[in-house]
Design a protein around this ligand. Structure first.
Ligand SMILES: [Zn+2]
Length: 382
């Protein structure tokens, strides 16, 4: 079986405008948002929420009263129409420095490092930085021009054709562990001592700041969690990249659990920041693995999460958590197999992956049918 589909990615592109170009970008951003506010008032007072009708009512007025190019007037009208799709009860207001949308009529990539952006007064060619240059040829559709903390960015949509997803015989199982971030059936362990240390450091700072509870302290907390999140993000990218690269190299697929064990259940709903960050981190890692696998043409299967940690990966004996998992060690009471608990779980996940992928060739498939909680149709191909 092969699958082909188109994937949408958003590239973050940092613009490097000169000082005078910065002023032009700023003037354009403000002018568009000002226009949006005028259009929004017309839309709201006349109850015109449809692109065509609003266009007739406002296009010439905006074109005549601003310095905007036709395309940006049209974009402004669309922005207003989109805003009212969510709620028509209140008049929508646009922040003066809110992001604005560009398309290929007002934005052209000249080369691998120069982009031409329409600004008030005419197009400006400026250098840019993009860390994923290989995606530049696939740029298509809209980009948002964003001003954030004194810097200019384009968030550019990219349509990527996937590599054809190859069918495979074997899978690398990945267990998103409690103590480690991820453990594979090959025994690769991503526990990142560094990550733990960083978290420890931040939680110490947080505890001392929290006890103060002032407004300034709240701000600091917010900033801290942002930094922590960025760190976790970079780490997740690295882990996902390594696992996907290995699978591709070994011509294997990747099997993961369909929604991670307890992390998304009601029990763990907590306002505790550490737990929240954990949940978010595992969700993100899964997302990264999913899209990186797609981009590399690696098959990724999500299998039902039950029993993977209680089953012996050698004899398939299923027992209870209590008697089987003692801390990090797994010991089978039936055949005596001993292993790291997460590696055992990852091997089970890999086996389920194989079974689900090729039911006719696997003994695991009988188990799939016998254990009532495992139903083949639960398995989703991501
Ligand atoms: Zn066993």
């Amino acid at each position: 079986m092969t699958y082909i589909c188109i994937m949408k990615l958003t590239l973050k592109i940092k613009l490097l405008p000169t000082d005078s170009q910065k002023e032009l970008l700023m003037a354009t951003l403000k002018e568009v948002n000002k226009a949006c506010n005028v259009i929004s008032e017309v839309a709201f007072t006349k109850k015109l929420f449809n692109q065509m009708k609003l266009h007739h009512q406002t296009y010439h007025m905006i074109k005549g009263s601003t310095q905007l190019t036709a395309q940006l007037v049209i974009r402004s009208i669309s922005k207003v129409v989109d805003a009212y799709k969510l709620d028509r009860k209140v008049q929508r207001a646009f922040r003066p420095l809110g992001s604005i949308a560009y398309d290929d009529r007002v934005l052209t990539y000249k080369s691998e490092d120069k982009v031409s952006v329409w600004c008030i007064g005419g197009r400006q060619v400026m250098p840019y930085i993009c860390h994923n240059k290989k995606y530049i040829p696939y740029i298509k559709g809209e980009a948002d021009l964003v001003f954030n903390k004194g810097k200019w960015y384009l968030f550019q949509t990219v349509d990527l054709p996937d590599e054809e997803i190859k069918d495979v015989e074997d899978f690398i199982g990945v267990d998103f562990g409690q103590t480690d971030i991820a453990v594979t059936s090959d025994g690769d362990n991503f526990n990142s001592e560094q990550l733990k240390n960083v978290r420890k450091k931040y939680s110490k700072i947080r505890a001392s700041v929290q006890s103060k509870g002032t407004k300034g302290a709240k701000k600091l907390l917010k900033r801290l969690s942002g930094r922590e999140r960025r760190f976790v993000s970079i780490n997740n990218h690295t882990i996902a990249k390594q696992i996907v690269a290995k699978a591709k190299e070994q011509n294997k697929g990747i099997a993961i659990e369909d929604l991670t064990k307890i992390r998304f259940t009601a029990k763990t709903k907590s306002k505790n920041q550490k737990t929240e960050l954990n949940r978010w981190s595992f969700y993100q890692l899964r997302q990264f693995m999913t899209y990186k696998a797609k981009l590399s043409g690696v098959k990724l299967l999500a299998i039902p999460p039950a029993y993977t940690s209680q089953t012996c990966c050698v004899c398939n004996h299923i027992g209870t958590e209590v008697s089987f998992r003692k801390g990090k060690k797994f010991a089978c009471t039936y055949c005596g197999y001993k292993a790291d608990a997460d590696v055992n779980a990852a091997r089970n996940i890999a086996a389920w992956g194989r079974a689900v992928n090729r039911p006719e060739k696997s003994d695991m498939f009988c188990i799939l049918h016998h254990v009532s909680r495992f139903k083949a149709h639960w398995v989703r191909c991501l």
